[in-house]
Structure formats: structure tokens, C-alpha cells
Write a protein that binds this ligand. Structure first.
Ligand code: ADP
Ligand code: MG
Length: 664
């Protein structure tokens, strides 16, 4: 059905949808809910905890309104027989009128912590007899989620042939519902069980298609350039380092070098805990490419990290005659033109950058090696797109900071070889982690004060509040003010997402140069900097983070030779205890999988879209094994009609979604 035939949206929105590429109503069906709310899964108010997305039934006790920086804030205190909680809404003045004291309503939203007390952040309110499981759609082209749901309903009723790409016998063998059935259940689930099965079916399909394409690509990969790659070639670089490589670094480096000696392009994933020294391995390989007359590109997930790698690469590589350039947002105009020209004519040897490396038309004279410093922020999409830039297939190295459980690595990286850097540089003292409940905050502040007086530095990280960037900035500002009050003689700087990138850079540089003592920051990624003098990491509202994320953050301290600390602001819980009891990223990643489900481990929601969809159930070992079996079955007889059809379909489908870009 043509999108313009949908009822319930006006011309303006139809046009907006068309502009966004939606022309056929079927397309709406492939856009899955961002999450689900089960209105039958209700939490007693007394059991609500920060970080939880909760549904609770409560009675309104009192309401009030206030102004904060020109914004209207509405409060409602609500309760049940187990306790009470304050609900907060920003800029929704109509709320107050809807809330009748004495009414009992169903609330649904995120529970956060503010000054030690938990709050419900902008919860939805519903009639108390609301039941069932409901999909929540992210808004699209200003169409609110609710309206979107009604469009999906119309789309389904008018859907074309929902042809099942998977052969019947495969479905039967793995007890999976049909495609049409699964699609229906994803949008209109009757029960959590039915939904789970539908998601399993769709993930199964995605992962299978992905595995098929990876397998095909691997079998038909273009030839790369065999390099002269061994320790002797890179000796000048190794000799110039201010430290000796660890055993693990040497081992992994040798593995990579021998990969690069072959004309089958290297495809290696290097995993290793934060701080284990992966960057230097990458630099050594970039140097090796240089010695072979090849260019190398290194892609970092954020501007700040790219900048840091750039500075480090300049320091380590330029004295050896390597011309290092950067391609990040700050490089503009004439400088940018020159950089691009230098890459095209081969006068630049190594480029460090962000997404710009792939999103822009960057031409290389002879790209021989691509390093992706992944930190879990890239999808498969970007990686393969960059790989395409080489004329012969370049060698590729992916570095991942948080250890990825084996099953997940297989999905994300297909047939890549995996190396693990399982040793930290010598002299590192393990970071001591403590859970700090709110009533111990004062004590922690004096501890921090003493450390700062001794010349040490401190990170404070506040969680993102997804609903509102403004609120993020507010909560970080508040944290900053509180700290300043408690520690009047310290230099505190604030960093948040609403700042301009030049300002962010300045603040980070100042912190690195010890011109400030405490850095309060709202976002997780911005703290990717390396400041060995920072010895304390405070994580506000720690329950809001995934364990893997907490581990990443904690890895920002403990980089010098001083004893370092990580303070988790939270009430004791199994998750927090895990953090205190181990510094082993693999153990933590595994625990995270168990406790939260795979979607969260990867720092994405179980949203079901594109790359994320692929990842969503990747941690389920049983499912992964089934996918592997199915894939083997197909390749056992790759020339059969059925297999050929599925392999072709996998290619077109993955291409369409931008997941795979064939190399040649
Ligand atoms: P990550 O693996 O998290 O990317 P980095 O590469 O940023 O870790 O390394 C962390 C710090 O350890 C850097 O300051 C780096 O210079 C230092 N480092 C790396 N290898 C060694 C080593 N063998 N001995 C001493 N310090 C090292
Ligand atoms: Mg790193």
C-alpha cells in the first residue's frame, strides 16, 4: 500500500515520511518497536530501584509545580502499601491537571536517583486496569509512538506477500515460527513467550544470513598484499618505545605480523582489557605497513579518542619518518583539503580519524592496513565500508576494549581470528572498587579531598538520562555544585554533551595537563582519555550502567603506579558486588550477560533494528549453535537449489541493510 493511503496522519507527515525514504507501508513493518512494556509485570513501590524501567500501581498523595532554569517541573508523590516515590516531569505543565489527588494510576517509566532519593523520571500514566504487553516505538518524522502503532496495524492489514526466506524444513527442524507469524507477534504480541519466540526467529534469520555472507566473503576474499612483516622490520619502532612490551603484547604482535606476511588479508580481532596496551600493537603494525610502502588508517569511535591516538602516533611514529595526519571534525577547510590530497597522492602514511574516514570520499594511494579501535561503538557496517577502500583487500585489525564472550565475537566478527592480550603492563596496581551508599558520600568526599591535596586527580561520571539532554546537564551541574561545596579548595571542571567540541577538547586537555583536579562528566565516551595521574573514579548512580560499561570506566584509573580507587554510588547489590570482587573483564562480561541479557552488554538496547538486531540475541549460546548448524547444512551442499537461493538472498538482504559491503 502506498504510504499516502495510511489513515490518521496528515499530508505534512506523509511527505516527511516519503522524504525519509518510506514510500510503501510494508516498510513500517520492518521498523521494530524500540522496547516493550509488560503492564502485568508490576513492581511494588518499595522495591523500585534506580536504573530500572518499571511499571507500578500507585495512588497520588500530593502534587506540586516548580520552575528550574525557566522550565516547569511537575512533581507528584505517589504511594502504595510498600512505600512512596516522587514522579518528576519536565515541561509538561498539563500534567498537574491530569493528576487528581487520591487517584490510583498505573505508572511506567525509568527510575533514577537524585540526591540519594529515587524518582520516577517522566513516567507514562495509564488507567489502573491496563494489561498486556505493549510495544513502544521510537518516534519517526515527528509521528508519536502511539500514532505509529496504529499505522503499523494498517500496514499489516494491507501487507503484500510476507514471503518466508527460510526453507520450511529449516523452520521445522529448529521449531521456529513463520516469518509472517513472527512479524505479527513482534508488533502485536499476545504474551511474553510468544514475543520471545518471534524475536528468536527473526534473530535466527538475521544471524544466519550474516553468517552465510561472512562465510561466502571469506571463501572468496580478494587477495591482499603480502608484506614483509616480522620483528626485525619493526625493530626501530620497538627500540624507540619508552617501555618493554609485555609477553602478551609480543605474542599478539607476532600473530598479527605473520598474518600480514600472507596475501590472504589479515582479519584479526584483538581483545584485551582496558589498559592492557592495545594501541601500541596497532602502532607497531602501522609502522610495519609504512616500512612496506603501504598506508595505514586507524579509526577511533570518538573525536576525543581519535585526537589522543593522533597525538600519540605523532609522538611515536614521526621521529621514525612516518607522516601522520588526522581526519576529525576539527580539521576543516584548507587543512582538510590538504589532508585528503596527501592521502590520495601517498605523501601521508598514516591517518587517524573518526567516522569521517569512511563517510567521506577519502581516496588512498595504497591502503594496506586498517585498524579499528572499536570500543563497541561501531557496527559491522562501518568496518566493511572502510575495508572496501583498499584496492587490494587491506589487512584489517579490530581492537576491542571490553572482552567479548566467544559466542558474541563470532556473530559480530564472523570468521575473524581472535587474539587476546591477557596481561597488563608491569607495575599496575589493581583498582580497588567500593560500593558507596548515599549516607557515605561525605566520607568519600573527604577521601577525595585528601587525594587531591596530594596531587592526584579524580573523574566523576554521571549517567545519561535518555529522556532529556537538558536534564543530563542539570544533574551533572548539580553534582558539580555539590562537590564544590564539599571541597571548596579544589579545581573542578564540568564536561557535558551540550558543550561545543572545542570547549570539550579544552577541558580535557586542561585535565590531562593537571590544570584541574576533578573532572565531572556526563557522558561515558568522553572519558576515553589517558591520564595516569587520575587515581579515583566516582560513578554516580552506578546501577544505571551495564557492568561492562562500569568496567570500562574503571579502566580509566589505575594507569599510573599509584593505588587507584573506583567508587560506585549505589546500594549494595549482586551487580555491584561483582564489580568489587573482580577486575577481570571476561568474568564481568559473562556476568553481565547472565544478569542483563546480551543487548545491554553491547551498550545497545534490544531494539531489533539493523545491526543491533543482529547483536540482540547473540549472547544466547544455544541459538548461536543452532545458527551454526543451519549454516553448515547450507554449505554442506552449496550448489543445491535451496542453498543457492538462500545464499543469494543473504547477499542481497545484507547489502540492502548496509551490513555487508562486498569487497570486490
Ligand atoms: P588499551 O588497551 O586500553 O587501549 P592503551 O593502549 O591505551 O590501552 O595503553 C594504556 C597505557 O599503558 C598507555 O599509557 C601505554 O603507553 C601504556 N603501556 C602500553 N604498553 C605498555 C608496556 N608494555 N609497559 C608499560 N606501559 C605500557
Ligand atoms: Mg584503547
Amino acid at each position: 500500500m502506498d504510504i499516502s493511503k495510511l489513515k490518521g496522519i496528515g499530508k505534512v507527515r506523509v511527505e516527511a515520511l516519503q522524504k525519509a525514504g518510506y514510500t510503501d507501508s510494508d516498510q513500517l513493518l520492518y521498523r521494530f518497536p524500540k522496547e516493550y512494556v509488560d503492564y502485568d509485570l508490576r513492581t511494588p513501590v518499595g522495591k523500585l530501584h534506580s536504573g530500572q524501567k518499571a511499571v507500578f500501581l500507585a495512588r497520588i498523595k500530593k502534587t506540586s509545580m516548580a520552575r528550574f532554569k525557566g522550565r516547569i517541573v511537575t512533581y507528584a508523590t505517589v504511594f502504595d502499601e510498600t512505600g512512596e516515590i516522587v514522579c518528576v516531569w519536565f515541561n509538561q505543565p498539563y500534567r498537574a491537571k491530569q493528576l487528581e489527588i487520591g487517584d490510583t494510576l498505573l505508572f511506567s517509566g525509568l527510575i533514577t536517583r537524585n540526591k540519594g532519593k529515587i524518582e520516577a523520571m517522566s513516567p507514562k500514566t495509564l488507567p489502573r486496569d491496563t494489561h498486556g504487553i505493549q510495544p513502544v516505538y521510537a518516534p519517526l518524522c515527528d509521528i508519536p509512538g502511539k500514532t505509529y502503532a496504529s499505522l503499523v496495524e494498517q500496514a499489516y492489514q494491507n501487507a503484500g506477500d510476507l514471503h518466508d526466506p527460510l526453507p520450511e524444513d529449516l523452520l521445522q527442524r529448529f521449531s521456529l515460527p513463520s516469518y509472517a507469524g513472527a512479524l505479527y507477534a513482534v508488533h502485536f504480541p499476545d504474551s511474553p513467550e510468544q514475543l520471545a519466540l518471534a524475536l528468536k526467529r527473526l534473530s535466527f534469520e538475521d544471524m544466519l544470513l550474516f553468517r552465510i555472507v561472512m562465510r561466502r566473503m571469506h571463501e572468496s576474499a580478494g587477495l591482499g598484499r603480502a608484506l614483509k612483516a616480522n620483528m626485525t622490520v619493526i625493530q626501530p619502532f620497538i627500540d624507540s618505545l619508552p617501555f618493554k612490551l609485555t609477553g602478551a603484547q609480543s605474542r599478539v604482535l607476532n600473530q598479527c605480523l605473520s598474518d600480514m606476511e600472507s596475501d590472504t588479508p589479515m582479519a584479526r580481532l584483538v581483545e584485551g582489557d582496558v589498559g592492557c596496551g592495545k594501541t601500541v600493537i596497532a602502532f607497531a603494525l602501522l609502522y610495519c605497513a609504512f616500512e612496506n610502502g603501504c598506508q595505514g588508517a586507524m579509526m577511533a569511535p570518538t573525536e576525543v579518542l581519535a585526537q589522543q591516538h593522533y597525538a600519540e602516533a605523532k609522538k611515536l611514529l614521526e621521529p621514525l619518518g612516518v607522516k601522520v595526519v588526522r581526519l576529525i571534525g576539527a580539521v576543516k577547510g584548507k587543512e582538510r583539503k590538504e589532508t585528503l590530497a596527501a592521502l590520495a597522492d601517498g605523501s601521508a602514511d598514516v591517518v587517524i580519524g573518526t567516522h569521517a574516514l569512511i563517510t567521506e570520499s577519502v581516496d588512498y594511494k595504497h591502503l594496506g592496513l586498517i585498524v579499528t579501535d572499536e570500543q563497541h561503538r561501531f557496527g559491522v557496517r562501518q568496518r566493511t565500508a572502510l575495508e572496501r577502500k583498499g584496492k587490494t583487500a587491506p589487512h584489517t585489525l579490530v581492537m576491542s576494549a571490553t572482552p567479548i564472550p566467544r559466542t558474541m565475537a563470532l556473530v559480530l566478527y564472523g570468521d575473524m581470528e581472535v587474539s587476546v592480550v591477557d596481561e597488563l603492563p608491569p607495575g599496575r596496581k589493581p583498582v580497588t572498587t567500593r560500593v558507596v551508599p548515599e549516607d557515605k558520600r561525605k566520607g568519600m568526599y573527604s577521601f577525595i579531598g585528601a587525594a587531591v591535596a596530594q596531587g592526584q586527580q579524580v573523574y566523576v561520571v554521571c549517567p545519561l538520562v535518555e529522556e532529556s539532554e537538558v536534564f543530563d546537564a542539570m544533574s551533572a551541574t548539580q553534582t558539580c555544585l555539590d562537590m564544590q561545596k564539599a571541597l571548596p579548595n579544589t579545581r573542578i571542571e564540568l564536561l557535558h554533551g551540550k558543550m561545543k567540541s572545542e570547549e570539550k577538547d579544552r577541558i580535557l586537555e586542561d585535565f590531562a595537563a593537571h590544570k584541574s583536579d576533578i573532572l565531572v562528566s556526563t557522558t561515558v565516551i568522553e572519558v576515553g582519555v589517558n591520564v595516569p595521574n587520575a587515581t579515583i573514579m566516582v560513578i554516580e548512580d552506578a546501577e544505571r550502567f551495564g557492568l561492562a560499561q562500569l568496567h570500562q570506566l574503571r579502566g580509566r584509573v589505575g594507569r599510573g603506579d599509584q593505588q587507584s580507587w573506583c567508587f560506585l554510588m549505589a546500594d549494595p547489590s549482586e551487580r555491584m558486588r561483582t564489580m568489587c570482587s573482580t577486575n577481570d573483564g571476561f568474568v564481568i562480561a559473562q556476568k553481565d550477560l547472565e544478569l542483563r541479557g546480551p543487548g545491554d552488554v553491547m551498550g545497545v538496547r534490544q531494539s531489533g533494528m539493523a545491526d543491533e538486531h543482529l547483536i540482540a540475541l547473540a549472547g544466547d549460546p544455544v541459538l548461536m549453535e543452532e545458527v551454526g548448524l543451519a549454516c553448515d547444512r547450507i554449505f554442506a551442499d552449496p550448489d543445491s537449489k535451496e542453498s543457492r537461493r538462500l545464499i543469494d538472498y543473504a547477499r542481497t538482504e545484507m547489502d540492502k541493510r548496509g551490513l555487508i559491503v562486498a569487497r570486490n
